[in-house]
Design a protein around this ligand. Structure first.
Ligand code: GLY
Length: 556
């Protein structure tokens, strides 16, 4: 089914006796773009750690994959620091501007296209915090590869051109965006070189001045002036008051695997653990495939229902986290599940919105030779975000405001119908599906994640179940995918991912099925097997990414 290339490097080592069982034999980076992967690997080769490499990869993605993420967006970084064994979640999610109100948007388009759709970016603040609190190298060293690619230019790929074509109307409405991404009268072709001088200068101010180089001074003034001139509501205080929040990651278990994942305002971690808790009572390896798919779909349905009911920014709304994550709660949900029949979702939604395919948002995974690790999923939301660039900044702003429940009862671009806990409020973070995750067995540690809108969480579920079945990164990233999100009450599936007998069986159980026109996701994963002392990394064959492993020569 997938004729695209699978980029996988796997190395089996004959271990010298002097390697301790938990010594990492090298380091690895997997990301959505070869230049970003190489930037991360170069930082590691220069003596940087995984956190320095995380800065280099995120900043380079901002330049070479502008449709997916960037300085004008945000994300979640899941860190493991080997020296003290701590897992940390850096919440760099965008915040609603302080002038935002729950009824800000009269039409759906206003929260998707243009300056009013943009929330306050978090990604630059995360880069500063990573360098200050976790990295070994100066911020300027970690930003150098991104600045180089912005100034020197790089050849754009087919995914970039497709995403640009899809978002041309929004981009053309912003003169500064048009001048960068669509100059002249014709569309760029794969191989054309994109140079971004304004973005290089913005990155240089960030490198020189840190937080104040983006959230204050010239960059902030240009951002606020540009946004307001285009009908947005940003104020200088929005930028100066932005803070990264360090949160405690969530933990769960599934049949011998330990899961570490992100907490709200991501809905992903709660959903993933809830689904795994529901499924943990079944020995899925022994369940025939159609019945297994039925159980997995019913777990998805229940977790996405809870997402709508309970989840929002934990700094604004009370979330019954302990209950949602408890195995007893999952047992209650399981008792509502029929093995032979679908449990219909309450009310049907006829959403036929665009199909996010993983060309927006981005994920990368990093492991260094000390055992530090990073799983990061970052976004400007829709492809090329809001399509808006504030003049003189080169920064494409997000349209993450659409991840709020902007108009109750109306689905967003991912078909998600938000609930009251996710209503807009000044300074609030919008709910997300981004789910960077670590999974550990007795012998191995995995770092994984993917873009893909509301389907992110179910992609993670399928990968964790595949890990439990004994498979590795090459299998996780290439898995055929299917998805259910409570509403609309349909199983969406990639071309060819469900066989005809599976489809017939699911229909007989009462499921509605929706074949998708295209594959989705762009999964990037690393596996360090402590027992066999091997490192594997893989990038999704659906994308243009690159996974690289570098093995260190053993000390003599
Ligand atoms: N903007 C996509 C997400 O955060 O889920």
């Amino acid at each position: 089914m997938f004729l695209l290339r699978l980029l996988l490097i796997s190395l089996v080592l004959v271990p010298p006796a002097r390697w301790a069982a938990d010594t990492v034999p090298g380091y690895a980076v997997a990301s959505a773009h070869p230049l970003a992967t190489r930037a991360g690997l170069d930082l590691l080769a220069q003596g940087g750690n995984a956190f320095d490499a995380a800065i280099a990869v995120a900043a380079t993605l901002a330049v070479v994959e502008p449709q997916g993420s960037g300085l004008g967006g945000g994300g979640f970084w899941l860190l493991h620091r080997q020296s003290d064994g701590r897992d940390i979640m850096l919440d760099g999610r965008e915040r609603a501007p302080l002038a935002a109100r729950r009824d800000l948007y009269a039409t759906a388009a206003q929260s998707i296209d243009g300056a009013l759709a943009a929330a306050i970016p978090g990604l630059p603040a995360v880069l500063v915090q990573l360098a200050r609190d976790y990295g070994k190298l100066p911020l300027a060293a970690s930003l150098a590869p991104a600045i180089h690619h912005a100034r020197a230019g790089f050849p754009v790929g087919a995914r970039y051109v497709k995403a640009l074509t899809d978002r041309l109307t929004a981009l053309d409405a912003s003169p500064a965006a048009r001048a960068i991404f669509h100059p002249g009268t014709t569309l760029p072709l794969p191989g054309d070189v994109l140079i971004q001088i304004d973005l290089a200068q913005t990155l240089e101010r960030l490198a020189a001045e840190g937080f104040a180089g983006f959230y204050g001074g010239e960059t902030a003034r240009k951002l606020v002036r540009g946004v307001r001139a285009a009908g947005g509501i940003w104020q200088m205080e929005d930028l100066t008051a932005y803070r990264v929040v360090e949160r405690q990651p969530l933990r769960g278990h599934y049949r011998g695997l330990a899961i570490t994942t992100v907490a709200p305002p991501s809905a992903g971690g709660v959903g993933l653990i809830e689904m795994l808790n529901i499924l943990s009572a079944y020995d899925l390896t022994g369940v025939p495939l159609p019945a297994r798919r039925h159980l997995v779909v019913e777990a998805m349905r229940r977790a996405y229902h809870d997402r709508e009911q309970y989840l929002g920014d934990p700094d604004f709304v009370g979330i019954p986290l302990l209950r949602l994550l408890s195995p007893n709660y999952a047992a209650g949900l399981r008792s509502t599940l029929r093995l032979d029949r679908v449990t219909p979702s309450d009310g049907f939604s006829q959403t036929t919105g665009p199909e996010p395919d993983g060309a927006n948002t981005s994920h990368y995974s990093i492991l260094d030779s000390a055992g530090n690790r990073v799983a990061a999923t970052l976004s400007i939301n829709y492809g090329f975000g809001s399509g808006f660039v504030a003049p003189g900044t080169g920064v494409l702003l997000n349209d993450e405001m659409d991840d709020f429940a902007t108009r109750p009862g109306t689905p967003n671009v991912y078909g998600l119908i938000g609930g009251e806990p996710n209503a807009i409020a000044a300074g609030k973070r919008m709910l997300s599906s981004m789910t960077p995750t670590f999974v550990e067995s007795a012998d191995a540690t995995a770092i994984m994640g993917t873009p893909g809108g509301s389907r992110i969480v179910t992609m993670l579920l399928l990968a964790v179940l595949d890990f439990a079945d004994g498979h590795g990164p090459a299998s996780w990233v290439g898995l055929p995918r299917f998805h259910h999100q409570y509403l609309p009450d349909v199983i969406e599936y990639e071309p060819g991912s469900l066989s005809d007998p599976d489809l017939r069986d699911l229909q007989q159980r009462g499921h509605r099925l929706k074949p998708l026109a295209a594959a989705y996701g762009d999964f990037h994963a690393i596996l360090w097997n402590r027992k066999s002392r091997t490192l594997e990394a893989a990038s999704d064959p659906r994308g243009e990414g690159l996974a690289l492993v570098q093995i260190k020569p053993p000390a003599q």
